[in-house]
Structure formats: C-alpha cells, structure tokens
Write a protein that binds this ligand. Structure first.
Ligand code: IMP
Ligand code: MG
Length: 185
C-alpha cells in the first residue's frame, strides 16, 4: 500500500519557482481586487478543470460576494489539429446576462482561453473577464487579455497547485519546475 502511494523515482522532486507563501499572498491580493470590481455585479466564477481547481478553491473562499461557481473541462488536440480545443464538460448554469469571471491556472498558447471566451460571449454573457494564476506570455500564439494575473513566468513547464505532468504533482502546495525541464532550456 505504502509503496503504491509513493511517487516513483521517475518523478523527481521539482525545484520551487513560486513558494506556497508567495502564492497565498498573491491570491489574497487578487481576491480583494475581484471583490471590489464585482460588488455591483451578478457574478458567476467559472473554472477550467482540472488545473484551476486548487487556485479556484483558495481564491473563491476569499471573495466575499454571493457568486455562483461552475466548471468547464477542455481537451486540446495535437499534430495537425493543434489549436483546436474540444469542450469535454460544459457548464451547468445559464450564461446569458451574467458577469462571468473565468478562472484558469495558466495561459500558455492561449487557444484554450480564446475558445472559451468566444463561447461565453456567444452565449450572451453580460461581461467576461479572465483571472489567470500564471501567464507564460512567451508561448502565446493567440491574443488573450488577462484582467487579473497572478504571476508572469518564463517559458518553462511548471507543475503544482493544480498543474500536472502526466497527472502527477497537482497536489503540490507550490509551483515548481522539473529539473529535467530546466536542463532542456
Ligand atoms: P493553452 O496552450 O493556453 O491552451 O494552455 C492550455 C492548458 O495547457 C493549460 O490550461 C494547462 O492545463 C496546460 N499547460 C500549459 N502550460 C503548462 C505547464 O507549464 N504545466 C502544466 N500544464 C500546462
Ligand atoms: Mg488547464
């Protein structure tokens, strides 16, 4: 039982890029901004599964507003369909007339967010804003405006606080870089 639960040797310990304390303090700042901006709105916070979950839980608990919460799940194709994003799980709640705050872990190429933002506008959201914990702007291929940004990071593959490498590391309380990724840079 114990040996099954251990992270195998092929999954090394990541190097800390953004500490737990730094994350928590930035999340508090973002929550205050959001609370101030949405005071007179009818907000619905929508997270993108699975990566945004850890960030979303911490953030939303600090926003003292009666907001609704929902989730999308998306999946990206690779190869010749690169840039095409499939909605795997749609939101449950109606969007028309709502002030939507989209919450995402990271904006990389921008294809995922571009697709979701367009879909929310098509459904008649009154407003749509984006809150992203991480912005990897050097990797951007389509323009996506970020209204609330946690941290801008270099073009590195990061894990932790919701972000995974082959479904591992999501539960790390910090953002880390796998050393093998560092060496490839
Ligand atoms: P996009 O390229 O902006 O569409 O990014 C879509 C998704 O790729 C993000 O929501 C993440 O789930 C994943 N992703 C992008 N960069 C990283 C990373 O550095 N670590 C882990 N997941 C990532
Ligand atoms: Mg994601």
């Amino acid at each position: 039982m114990q040996s099954e639960a251990r992270v195998p040797d092929t999954y090394p310990q990541p190097r800390v890029l953004i500490s737990r304390d730094a994350l928590q303090s930035r999340v508090t700042d973002l929550a205050q901004e959001i609370e101030r901006d949405y005071r007179d709105a009818d907000p619905i916070a929508i997270g993108v599964l699975k990566g945004s979950v850890f960030f979303m839980v911490d953030l939303m608990q600090q926003v003292d507003l009666p907001l609704a919460v929902d989730f999308f799940q998306t999946s990206s194709y690779s190869g010749t369909h690169r840039g095409e994003v499939r909605v795997v799980k749609d939101v449950d709640l109606p969007i028309r007339g709502k002030d939507v705050l989209l919450v995402e872990d990271i904006v990389d190429t921008g294809y995922t967010l571009r697709t979701i933002l367009d879909l929310l506008r098509f459904r008649g959201a009154a407003s749509v804003r984006l809150c992203a914990l991480l912005d990897k702007s050097a990797a951007r291929e389509v323009d996506v405006p970020i209204d609330y940004c946690g941290f801008e990071i270099e073009n590195l593959f990061v894990v932790g606080y919701g972000l995974d490498y082959e479904e591992r590391y999501r539960n790390l309380p910090y953002i880390g870089v796998l050393e093998s990724e560092d060496e490839e840079e």
